[in-house]
Design a protein around this ligand. Structure first.
Ligand code: ADP
Ligand code: MG
Length: 238
């Protein structure tokens, strides 16, 4: 069974339809990248999966359950954004444990989860710092740590690396790959960077103007683009 399933998914803002009935199945443990030019509907699609935007038509299933009307916290997802949105007054440890604290987990359990995530992400030495005392890459790692402590079935990323410089972006790419190999969650990863998509994803979904233009492995979309648009998008330099 698909872990995330979009069925004729539609989004309209007032009279303006921006996602036009898209279908997509993401398998359990699969890493799927949504790519396409700015404004093509990537974030809107991701935010509907997360429950941060309402659905105007069709359905979203997560783990076989229609989640259209479920609030974000009941969807078994964690989302990592481009802007890290860490709490500035909290330490790294407190930032990472916050969602578990809200969920009223016992402190011993919070400590266990946070320490485990810190070890995976190499954050052990930074746990008592505040966000202002961290580099951009370290902050992004904390944002990921905050997402993984909840052990979600599905990770949603919206351009998590686009605020980082080129060198750090390459480095974080490797870390995300390692992280996925380790936790084996299902990932839907939005990026406008085709190189990032090609190196990270099992399958790539190319969007254009609110439609899905092609879905395929990096190899397939590169070697057998379904249209001139895909060829141009995948082939052009970042
Ligand atoms: P992407 O993430 O691919 O750059 P978005 O999903 O953010 O694209 O946007 C898709 C389209 O929806 C764009 O045309 C954008 O202007 C429009 N849009 C996004 N959010 C809103 C909103 N809150 N109100 C009206 N239009 C919106
Ligand atoms: Mg976007």
């Amino acid at each position: 069974m698909a872990q995330v399933s979009l069925k004729k998914l539609v989004k309209s803002y007032g009279a303006l339809q921006v996602v036009h009935g898209i279908d997509l199945d993401v398998a359990d443990g699969e890493f799927v990248a949504l790519v396409g030019p700015s404004g093509c509907g990537k974030s809107t699609t991701l935010r509907m999966i997360a429950g941060l935007e309402s659905v105007s038509g069709g359905a979203i299933e997560i783990g076989g359950v229609v989640v259209n009307d479920l609030p974000p916290r009941d969807r078994n997802i964690s989302m990592v954004f481009q802007s890290y949105a860490l709490y500035p007054h909290m330490t790294v440890r407190e930032n990472m444990g916050f969602s578990l604290k809200i969920a009223k987990q016992p402190q011993s359990e919070i400590d266990r989860q946070v320490n485990e995530a810190a070890a995976i992400l190499g954050l052990d030495a930074l746990m008592e710092r505040r966000p202002a005392q961290l580099s951009g890459g370290q902050r992004q790692r904390v944002a990921m740590g905050r997402a993984i402590v909840r052990h979600p079935e599905v990770f949603l990323f919206d351009e998590p690396l686009s605020n980082l410089d080129a060198k750090l972006r390459t480095q974080m790419r490797t870390e995300i790959k390692k992280l996925h190999a380790k936790v084996q969650s299902t990932v839907v990863y939005v990026t406008h960077d085709q190189v990032e998509a090609m190196t990270l994803a099992d399958r790539i979904v190319i969007m254009r103007d609110g439609y899905i233009e092609q879905v395929g492995t990096p190899d397939e979309v590169f070697k057998r683009p379904a249209s001139r648009f895909v060829a141009g998008f995948i082939g052009s330099p970042p």
